[in-house]
Design a protein around this ligand. Structure first.
Ligand code: 5GP
Ligand code: MG
Ligand code: MG
Length: 186
């Protein structure tokens, strides 16, 4: 039902979704990540920073798997480039509402690909005087890395393929799929 809804427009009739991680696999992994974050941040009150729009679904589930007082804020970043890859030029479209000075920041990202977006973002949060800056990413497309990025909490490593679902889009579509799939044009 969801796959057909995602493919209903003629514009997308030639693409195929190949399931990679089921909703259940994702939920199980996020519970483990949340437990680990809960242990690591015990006694502190982290500020979770979700990177819009891709991380919106992941951060919603991850925050509920963390048993600590915490705050949530969002940033939106635009990286110039095509739909399927980033150029490395990064611009902040929506900044945080919360001051980061002295805070323990946990950046929450959907996927780390080249690492260009994240290396820019993490450096900028450090420069603003955060007490600590760590990264939780659901997916790591590690083969394509151009800048080193330390992922402190990782969901899954994935091969070099374009994935959609669970917040990840292609031309704004597929974010609502409850699972993650490889999008293949044929
Ligand atoms: P990076 O700067 O690491 O190359 O790219 C980061 C951003 O590119 C991700 O946050 C995501 O928005 C987008 N991106 C990279 N790979 C994929 C992918 O396989 N699928 C989708 N939907 N977006 C991706
Ligand atoms: Mg993203
Ligand atoms: Mg996108």
């Amino acid at each position: 039902m969801i796959a057909s809804a995602a493919n209903s427009s003629s514009e997308f009739n030639n693409s195929k979704l190949i399931p990679l991680f089921s909703a259940e696999q994702i939920q199980n992994r996020i519970q483990e990540m949340g437990a680990e974050i809960t242990r690591d941040y015990a006694g502190r009150e982290p500020l979770l920073v979700g990177v819009l729009k891709g991380a919106c679904v992941f951060i919603s589930d991850l925050m509920r798997a963390i048993d600590l007082p915490l705050a949530v804020d969002f940033m939106a970043i635009s990286s110039y480039g095509s739909q399927m890859r980033t150029s490395g030029e990064v611009r902040i479209i929506k900044d945080l509402d919360t001051p980061v000075e002295g805070r323990d920041i946990l950046v929450v990202e959907d996927i780390v690909d080249t690492g260009l977006t994240l290396s820019y973002l993490l450096a900028s949060l450090h420069a603003r005087g955060a007490r600590s800056v760590k990264l939780a990413a659901l997916l790591d497309k590690w083969e394509r890395r151009e800048r080193p990025v330390q992922i402190d909490y990782l969901g899954f490593k994935i091969p070099d393929a374009f994935v959609v679902g669970y917040g990840l889009d292609y031309a704004e579509r597929y974010r609502n799929l409850p699972y993650i799939a490889v999008l293949k044009e044929d």
